[in-house]
Design a protein around this ligand. Structure first.
Ligand code: SF4
Length: 608
């Protein structure tokens, strides 16, 4: 077995209670690196298409990469994967914290769950042994209480990933939480965990991740930290929350449910300034062994009653509950973030849902009668917090909204669909593809065409192959900002696993991962090119004032170009048969391109 891996996967059938260890196949590691790459291959092979995302057959995977829990700088990530109940298609989400490394220290590279338990349970993996335990006393408890209680019980070498009440109630925007604020946020995978009555996973261990050349890995880490010194300093101080104000005015952050203009709707964005965001900071914190430590714990709130230890705001949360709701009150965003984190709900989707509800309220599609008396006006911080509380608890109209804007609009009717901004059922990340982010333009294809629609951290097309490798390896995407990513991604992979892969081989890995995630999506009947894209996302019609006036994106051209470059059909998006075979995905090629009977010639028998 290559180094960097613990060499074991655990398969748990929650219906029968059976736990089965499997050796991690070395070929899987060579072909798919790890994390969502390996998981996509496993889910495609072991699960049939069309299963109910909240049913027993949907397999939920929590999985690390070979660099997770090693000296690799930023090697702290794990991924959650399953068929998404929000999009009905491939769903993945990526999280930092300490849980990923501890999964490996507990002896496993990945954990896969099927079935539905007859009572709430949690899984304990403990230095190579696994057990299911009764979790009835944790059901209904917040993620904070669950995590704190289990970590206190199992000691300092135990880390917990869990769901909160939102996941238990199968809100389709529920997420999986760890480290009191780190989320595997996208795709509604907390609802999948809730559907299985799996409250938590506790990973306890002191096992060592084998490293091929420890000295080389440590030296590379030092070099990376030296090269990224300036970035680490800034990022450690402000994290991703250093540009909430400037992005609100530059056209980067969507404003008023993607329909507004920052400089017009919220001329004063000083409340979102980076120093306001960290004003109540008690201490910095970070993911396992990360030199950036870009996160933080707040002191208890005064204006709003959030508890001490509340997770410092990250950009996506600032954008979703800030400019997108025309709200510039940072303390109210801290409170909304606390509600989401403790109940286990994705802040991107939750903030987008509140913005959607505010717009419905503006147009009289919902009224005070529906909101339970909340005067849900744009930018009103108290109303925003009150509605978020209803949302995370699935109370009143919160129950209607908690499955995302697409389903909510269908339930509400009365023209609500016009204001439901999503792609494929998922609310979008907080970077407008018509704008620029630190000079770089996001692409619509990223939101529109990726296997997980609406995600901003995984792009689309060949330009993203190396990013797929980085994520599959277990690295944080922010590492790329601290230095030259190809050098460090390939360098750490070589030092940790011992495999010396050329740049072309690594890109081939990335391409294989892209194809594998995509064919899962296709098998679910989801052709990305047919996904409806709200006109506000692409500027149709374009805005008439502000930095994005007159700007629209050529979504079709982006899809067309990338599909050609990927060798995927431009209508069906099916990968070319020869491409699949070139990538070693012969079984997929057979499934997608079954042999055809040769047509009879001139009415005669088929030719052999
Ligand atoms: S940069 Fe931030 S999010 Fe990334 S691993 Fe470090 S602490 Fe975690």
């Amino acid at each position: 077995m290559a180094r960097g891996y613990m060499g074991r996967l655990l398969f748990v059938n929650l219906t029968t209670g059976e736990l089965k260890d499997e050796e991690l196949d070395e070929k899987l590691c060579k072909d798919f690196i790890g994390s969502y790459g390996i998981a996509a291959r496993i889910l495609y092979s072991r699960q049939k298409g069309g299963v109910d995302a909240l049913g027993p057959e949907n397999m939920l995977g929590l999985i690390t990469g070979p660099l997770t829990g090693t000296p690799a700088t930023f090697g702290a990530r794990y991924a959650a994967v399953a068929k998404s109940p929000l999009t009905g298609s491939w769903g993945d989400a990526n999280s930092g914290g300490h849980f990923g490394p501890y999964m490996k220290f507990a002896g496993y590279d990945g954990l896969f769950f099927t079935g539905i338990s007859d009572k709430p349970v949690y899984l304990l993996i403990d230095n190579g042994k696994a057990r299911l335990k009764d979790a009835r006393i944790f059901w209904g408890k917040s993620t904070y209480e669950t995590e704190d209680t289990l970590e206190a019980e199992y000691g300092p070498t135990a880390k917990v990933a869990c769901i909160g009440p939102a996941g238990e109630k199968m809100a389709r925007v529920a997420c999986i939480m760890t480290n009191r604020g780190d989320a595997a946020g996208r795709s509604g995978l907390g609802a999948v965990m809730g559907s299985k009555r799996l409250k938590a996973v506790v990973a306890r261990g002191e096992m060592k991740v084998p490293v091929f050349d420890l000295e080389a890995a440590n030296n590379l880490r030092k070099e990376h930290m030296e090269e990224g010194k300036k970035f680490l300093e800034y990022f450690g101080r402000y994290g991703t929350g250093g540009h909430g104000d400037t992005s609100a005015h530059s056209g980067d952050t969507p404003v008023k449910n993607w329909g507004g203009v920052g400089v017009v709707a919220i001329p004063d964005v000083s409340g979102l300034n980076k120093d306001k965001i960290i004003a109540n900071l008690e201490r910095r914190k970070g993911c396992w062994h990360c030199p950036a430590a870009c996160k933080g714990a707040l002191k208890a709130g005064i204006e709003y009653p959030y508890p001490a230890g509340n997770h410092r705001l990250e950009y996506e949360t600032i954008g979703a509950f800030g400019a997108n709701c025309a709200n510039t009150n940072a303390e109210s965003i801290n409170m909304a973030s606390h509600l989401c984190n403790s109940y286990g709900m994705d802040t991107i989707s939750a903030g987008s849902i509140i913005a959607f509800a505010m717009e419905l309220y503006e147009h009289g599609i919902i009224t005070k009668k529906d909101t339970g008396g909340i005067d849900l006006k744009w930018g009103d911080p108290r109303a925003l917090v009150a509605m978020t509380e209803k949302l995370v608890k699935r109370e009143g109209i919160g129950d209607v909204l908690a499955d995302g804007v697409k389903l909510a609009a269908e339930r509400i009717g009365k023209g609500a669909q016009e204001f439901a901004v999503h792609i494929g059922g998922q609310e979008l990340g907080m970077h407008d593809p018509k704008g620029t982010f630190f000079g770089a333009r996001m692409t619509t294809a990223m939101y529109h065409m990726d296997a997980t629609p609406g995600r901003h951290t995984t792009g689309f097309g060949p330009s993203q192959f190396l990013q797929f490798v980085s994520s599959a390896a277990g690295l944080c995407m922010h590492g790329g900002m601290a230095g030259n990513p190809p050098k460090y991604i390939s360098g750490f992979l070589k030092a940790v696993t011992g495999w010396d892969r050329s740049a072309e081989e690594l890109l081939k890995n990335g391409e294989r991962i892209a194809n594998m995630r995509h064919v899962f999506t296709l098998r679910e009947g989801d052709n990305p090119i047919k996904r409806t894209v709200h006109g506000r996302i692409i500027g149709r019609p374009p805005q008439t004032e502000g930095p994005l006036a007159g700007v629209s994106t050529d979504m079709e051209a982006q899809a067309y170009w990338n599909l050609g470059a990927l060798d995927w059909d431009r209508v069906t998006t099916k990968p070319n048969r020869n491409k699949l075979i070139e990538l070693g995905l012969n079984d997929v090629a057979e499934e997608l391109w079954p042999p055809q009977a040769t047509p009879p010639m001139f009415g005669g028998p088929p030719r052999r």
